[in-house]
Design a protein around this ligand. Structure first.
Ligand SMILES: Nc1ncnc2c1ncn2[C@@H]1O[C@H](COP(=O)(O)OP(=O)(O)O)[C@@H](O)[C@H]1O
Ligand SMILES: [Mg+2]
Length: 283
């Protein structure tokens, strides 16, 4: 496996003094070229921090990150990001939004008409692939959340990024739309053969999409375990009902519960209700 992203001994803090947060502690992770890795864990465990640091949007004090063997130092066109909020330009149509960053790139002095044409062709192909053909001239405000997110993904793919970094991109969508987006995402991934790092708090989503699931734990933010997903490239929704899938989901949910302190809370609750019960019997 060719290593696309290499993370070593990464440590990251926010704030200082009493307000200091240890957002990432000693994170070590290799991500292979063409791999689909999902990051999952309780809120506050550093998923977004890790992804943003990979994207070059956060500085890091200790450790190293490299992409294609080069140290990550700021954002770059080799790493495209998609966030939960659709972040489209409201004054541009769907087609203009998808073409936007390519336009910037191609409006340099050395741009050629052949290059611009190829980019337009790619934009139209991505728009068709995303099922947006009938809304190319619509504005974002005229589209559903699912449609807007398809535009955002198409735009991210325009530059043929080496790595696609996604932070809960389907978090704001309803369950049915999310399922459709999952299958679309798998399809796109197989087609584009890009490396994907995908953050979610939804364990089912993490397993269905990923080849490996990185389970993170909070306080300090760290990697708890990395789990190989034993399912092949072609996946269908029925997979979620299989015993293997549900067992894996149970295992990951247990890890998250255990490492985030939620389990202890439940034990406390049980004890408390035990006390209440006894008190009730005495009364
Ligand atoms: N810009 C910031 N300034 C200060 N603290 C932050 C900032 N961003 C995140 N944090 C803190 O760092 C920790 C990890 O946050 P985050 O990466 O957003 O977690 P996740 O995405 O897993 O919910 C949390 O404790 C959060 O409050
Ligand atoms: Mg987050």
């Amino acid at each position: 496996m060719t290593i696309k992203i290499r993370i070593r001994n990464l440590d990251k803090f926010y704030g200082s003094g009493a307000r200091r947060t240890h957002a990432l502690q000693n994170v070590d992770l290799d991500i292979g070229a063409g791999e689909f890795v999902t990051l999952v864990g309780a809120s506050g465990c550093g998923k977004s921090t890790l992804l943003r640091t990979l994207g070059g949007l956060e500085e890091y004090a200790q450790g190293s990150i490299s992409c294609n063997g080069k140290p990550v130092d700021g954002a770059g066109p080799d790493r495209a990001m998609v966030f939960q909020s659709y972040s489209l330009y409201p004054w541009l149509t769907v087609r203009e939004n998808v073409r936007f960053c390519r336009k910037l790139h191609f409006h340099r002095d050395d741009s050629t008409s052949a290059g611009v044409e190829a980019a337009s062709g790619r934009a139209d192909a991505l728009i068709a692939l995303m099922g947006l053909g009938h809304v190319v001239n619509a504005y974002p405000s005229e589209l559903s959340g699912g449609m807007q997110q398809r535009v955002a993904i198409a735009r991210a793919l325009m530059v043929k990024p080496d790595v696609l970094l996604m932070d809960e991109p389907f978090g704001a969508l309803d369950a049915q739309t999310r399922e459709v987006m999952h299958d679309l995402m798998r399809h796109l991934y197989l087609l584009e053969q890009t490396t994907v790092v995908f953050v979610t708090h939804d364990v089912e989503e993490a397993i269905y999409l990923g080849q490996r699931v990185v389970v993170m734990a909070p306080r300090p933010g760290r990697i708890d375990s990395v789990i190989d997903v034993p399912f092949g490239r072609e996946r269908a929704q029925d997979l979620k009902l299989s015993p293997e899938f549900t067992a894996l989901k149970r295992h990951i949910l247990d890890r998250i519960r255990e490492t985030s302190g939620m389990k202890t809370d439940l034990e406390q609750l049980n004890k408390l209700s035990g006390h209440l019960h006894t008190a009730g019997e005495l009364a």
